[in-house]
Design a protein around this ligand. Structure first.
Ligand code: PYR
Length: 498
């Protein structure tokens, strides 16, 4: 029997640098890898969405839409894939349905093929409109299950959620493990459950991070259970808080009933390209290589870094352990939402507030909204006492409807506001940039003409740093004794580093 071919999604151009280097990679550091990526035989190339849009306009003075068009041009043979935060699009609040429609239409028009649609609470109502919009464009709508561990999250629950996504027209199901919590056996059980319940031909894509060190094995079990496509990152852009290495997946499948269509000569070129690029962004990298504490704290890498910087800003950097212990309690009070953008930031910041100011003495506006249902429904009941505090603090009533049902049409207002900004180019794409990032977009429009900024180090800077380091290593470290003649008399002077 010929081996079954496992599709591979390469994430180097999006989630890998989002996870490893705070999403700072400039387009100019990616373009030279695109021809090899395009020819390597991937099922899809994840290259847009998630935090990249925000990072483009906030840090890199790059137009995210131009980035997408460039990818489309440079990878004509590939399916381009993006991560879409359901009703939140690529921002942090819910948008009215017509804004969602417009964003999806424009993304498809600019070259996107596969839309991985997720909701931080796994609330299908928050994914429905985006999925419907993708279906209307004829592109691939991938419904997503965000994986987390809690007393309420069971294999049966995940299988049921997959059914809801399929009912919504999902062309495939993604099992998304953003914190590297997916152990091999649950991976097997969930995928078998979905296949046995809804049919072996339901396409399942598996996305794992590598932070806990267990998930290359999880990918193997997922494949044995019938997974069709898995996400990996080329080795020079892998591991730590990132993903499992593409070449390791290929090697792991040798001698099994499975194979990939990947061309190793191309993979090696992609690897060599990013091996040169990655050191330029070293200052943005986290020190974490493997962390199995995540199984108990459930705190993904990016969230931990955020909480640490919030604490340091308050002069309380030494209280991180208390905050880490608080996170699972806040998560339980909120009904056990998975921790992923934006729920990870909302729960993490509230945990910081609880530690610094006393338990639920002050709620952030976002946490109050989460408790009152304005982000949707998580799996569990929300703690009624905390819901009451949220109501008392905000005077808002709890809701049970789909949050976006309460939003008034906003497209025309957004057009008026966006087009009045200096530097706005009058396109719907610019309106969408303004809609999602009203604080950042005006500055970006004004300075866009100055062109992209690369925040990585140049080859010269890296060479200088290396030679300064060598010099520092060679420099005399201890005190030096000089003999000084003054008025014919010899003195001995000892000079030490300050
Ligand atoms: C994002 O929403 O940016 C993720 O990577 C989950």
């Amino acid at each position: 029997m010929s081996p079954r071919t496992i599709g591979v999604t390469e994430v180097a151009l999006r989630d890998a640098h989002q996870s490893l280097m705070a999403t700072r990679m400039a387009m100019e550091d990616m373009v030279d890898a695109c021809a090899d990526i395009d020819a390597a035989g991937y099922w899809s190339v994840e290259c847009w969405g998630g935090a990249t849009y925000d990072a483009c306009i906030r840090f890199l003075n790059e137009d995210p839409w131009q980035r997408l068009r460039t990818f489309r041009e440079l990878m004509p043979n590939s399916k381009l894939q993006m991560l879409l935060r359901g009703q939140n699009l690529l921002g942090y609040r819910h948008y009215e349905d017509h804004v969602v429609d417009r964003f999806v239409e424009k993304s498809a028009e600019n070259g996107m093929d596969v839309f991985r649609v997720f909701d931080a609470l796994n609330d299908p109502r928050n994914m429905a409109r985006a999925m419907e919009a993708v279906k209307k464009t004829g592109k691939h709508a991938q419904g997503t299950i965000c994986y987390t561990i809690s007393p309420l999250h069971t294999t049966e629950g995940y299988v049921k959620l997959a059914g809801r996504l399929l009912d919504m027209g999902a062309d495939s199901i993604a099992l998304k493990d953003m914190a590297a919590l997916l152990q091999p056996q649950p991976a097997y059980d969930i995928i078998r459950g979905i296949k046995e319940t809804y049919g072996e031909d339901v396409q399942i894509n598996v996305h794992c991070h590598s932070t806990t060190g267990v998930t290359l094995v999880s990918l193997m079990k997922a494949i044995e259970a019938g997974a069709d496509v898995v996400d990996t990152a080329i080795s020079s852009m892998s591991l730590g808080p990132g993903h499992n290495p593409t070449e390791s997946l290929v090697a792991m499948l040798e001698g099994t009933e499975y194979t990939t269509d990947l061309k190793m000569d191309r993979l090696l070129k992609i690897r060599d390209h990013f091996a040169k690029v990655r050191p330029k962004y070293a200052e943005f990298e986290s020190a974490t290589l493997v962390d199995t504490d995540i199984f108990s704290s459930q705190i993904p890498g990016g969230m931990l870094t955020n909480m640490e910087s919030q604490l340091r800003a308050q002069g309380a950097g030494d209280r991180i352990r208390e905050v880490m212990a608080e996170v699972p309690l806040v998560k339980a009070d909120a009904g056990y939402p998975p921790l992923v953008t934006p729920s990870s930031q909302i729960v993490g910041t509230q945990a910081v507030f609880n530690v610094l100011m006393g338990k639920y003495k002050v709620l952030t506006g976002e946490f109050a909204d989460l408790m009152l249902g304005y982000y949707g429904e998580a799996m569990g009941e929300r703690n009624p006492e905390v819901v009451e505090i949220a109501h008392a603090q905000t005077k808002k009533d709890p809701i049970t409807v789909r949050p976006a049902d309460l939003l008034a049409p906003e497209w025309d207002k957004l057009v008026d506001e966006a087009t009045s900004l200096p530097g706005n180019n009058g396109t719907d794409e610019d309106v969408l940039t303004y809609a999602m990032f009203p604080g950042v977009a005006p500055g970006f429009f004004e300075h866009r003409e100055e062109g992209p900024k690369n925040v990585g180090k140049t080859a010269e800077q890296l060479a200088d740093e290396a030679s300064n380091k060598n010099e520092a290593d060679r420099a005399v470290k201890g005190p030096i004794t000089y003999r000084v003649s003054l008025g014919g008399r010899e003195h001995s002077v000892i000079v030490e580093r300050a």
